[in-house]
Design a protein around this ligand. Structure first.
Ligand code: FMN
Length: 312
C-alpha cells in the first residue's frame, strides 16, 4: 500500500492533528509548510471564523491542508457546507458519524478521514464511504476512547480495506516505525506539536508540557461518558473528585466552562484544561515543526510501498 505522503501530496506521511482553539489557519499553514498536512480545527470556531481561517491558511501556504469537523459541534452542518464550497481537499472528522454529509463530500471531491476509537466504527465508516480511517488510541490528548493504539491499530487494519492512519502515542522515530509495522500508512500527531515553536498556545502551557512526565496525565469525564485526557492540575483533580462524588453532567460542564480557552490563551495552568497525551513526557524542548516531522521520519524510505502489514 502507498504511504500517506503519496495520497496527500506532502513531504512526510504525517497529519497535524486537529486541536480545538489551537489549530488555526496560521498553525495549519506552518505544519503544511513543514512538510505535513496542516489541519484547521473547527472546534471553538463559528462558520464565519472558519472561512477567515481558511483564507489565512491559503495566504500562508501553497501546500495542501485540510479541515477537521467535530460532528457534535452545533454548527457542524455549516462547517460541512463550507468545506465543500471552499473545495478543501482533505477533511478529518471527530466525535461521531459523518455519514449524512458523505454524499456532498464525495460530490465536492473531498478525501474523508474519520477518526475512530473502535474497529466496529471503522468498518461502519468504510461502508459509508470513508477514504481512509484514522485509528486513535487512548494515549492521545483530548477526547479519547478505551483502546490503546497497540490494540486498536491492528484490529482496525484487519477490519477495513481502506488505508489506516495511526494516532495516539506517537512522538518519535521508534513509535513511527512501530505503527508502520502494525499496518499504518502514516500518522496523525498532536501532543508532540504542542512543543513546537509555531504552536500558538500560551507559553505557560508549553512549559507545563515540557516539565511533565508521561504519567502526568489524567482522564476526566470517564464516568459521564466523555473522557478527555489532560495534564494533571487543580482543575483536573477537582473534576475527577466531583465526578466520583456524583456531580451531575451540568454541574461538571459549568465547572469546566471555558477551561480550554483559559489554558490556551490565558496560560492558566491551575484552572485551565491542558489537554495532552501520554507522549508529553517525550517533549523535552521547543522545536520547529519541520524538525519534529523530520525526526519522526528519520531513516524511513517513504518512496516505496508499505508492504510490512504483518497478518496474525
Ligand atoms: C490539545 C489537543 C486538542 C485536541 N483537539 C481535537 C479536536 O478539536 N478535534 C479532534 O478531532 N481531535 C483533537 N485532538 C486529537 C488530535 O487531533 C490527535 O488525534 C491526537 O493528539 C493524537 O495523539 P497524540 O496526542 O498522542 O499525538 C486534540 C488533541 C490535543 C492534544
Amino acid at each position: 500500500m502507498k504511504y500517506l505522503n503519496e495520497i496527500l501530496g506532502t513531504k512526510y506521511p504525517i497529519i497535524q492533528g486537529a486541536m480545538a482553539n489551537i489549530a488555526t489557519g496560521e498553525f495549519a499553514a506552518a505544519c503544511s509548510n513543514a512538510g505535513g498536512l496542516g489541519i484547521i480545527a473547527c472546534g471553538g470556531m463559528t462558520p464565519d471564523i472558519l472561512r477567515e481561517e481558511i483564507k489565512k491558511c491559503r495566504k500562508l501556504t501553497d501546500k495542501p491542508f485540510g479541515v477537521n469537523i467535530m460532528l457534535m459541534h452545533p454548527a457542524a452542518d455549516d462547517f460541512a457546507r463550507i468545506v465543500c464550497e471552499e473545495k478543501i481537499p482533505f477533511i478529518t472528522t471527530g466525535a461521531g458519524n459523518p455519514g449524512k454529509y458523505m454524499d456532498s463530500f464525495k460530490k465536492a471531491g473531498i478525501f474523508v478521514m474519520p477518526v475512530v476509537a473502535a474497529p466496529i466504527l471503522a468498518k461502519h465508516l468504510e461502508d459509508c464511504g470513508a477514504d481512509a480511517i484514522i485509528a486513535e488510541g487512548c494515549e492521545s490528548g483530548g477526547h479519547i476512547g478505551e483502546m490503546t493504539t497497540m490494540t486498536l491499530l491492528p484490529q482496525v487494519c484487519d477490519a477495513v480495506n481502506v488505508p489506516v492512519i495511526a494516532a495516539g502515542g506517537i512522538a518519535d522515530n521508534r513509535q513511527m516505525r512501530a505503527v508502520l509495522e502494525l499496518g499504518a500508512i502514516g500518522v496523525q500527531v498532536g501532543t508532540c506539536l504542542l512543543g513546537s515553536l509555531e504552536c500558538p498556545i500560551h507559553e505557560n502551557y508549553k512549559k507545563a508540557i515540557i516539565r511533565s512526565k508521561g504519567s502526568d496525565t489524567i482522564v476526566t469525564g470517564r464516568i459521564g461518558g466523555t473522557p478527555v485526557r489532560v495534564l494533571k492540575n487543580q482543575m483536573a483533580r477537582e473534576y475527577v473528585a466531583r465526578e466520583k462524588e456524583g456531580a451531575t453532567l451540568e454541574e461538571l460542564e459549568k465547572y469546566t466552562l471555558g477551561s480550554l480557552r483559559r489554558a490556551v490563551f490565558d496560560g492558566d495552568t491551575k484552572t485551565g484544561s491542558l489537554m495532552a497525551g501520554q507522549t508529553c513526557g517525550q517533549v523535552k524542548e521547543l522545536r520547529p515543526c519541520e524538525e519534529i516531522f523530520a525526526s519522526l521520519c528519520k531513516g524511513i524510505d517513504f518512496s516505496k510501498e508499505n508492504d510490512s502489514k504483518i497478518t496474525a
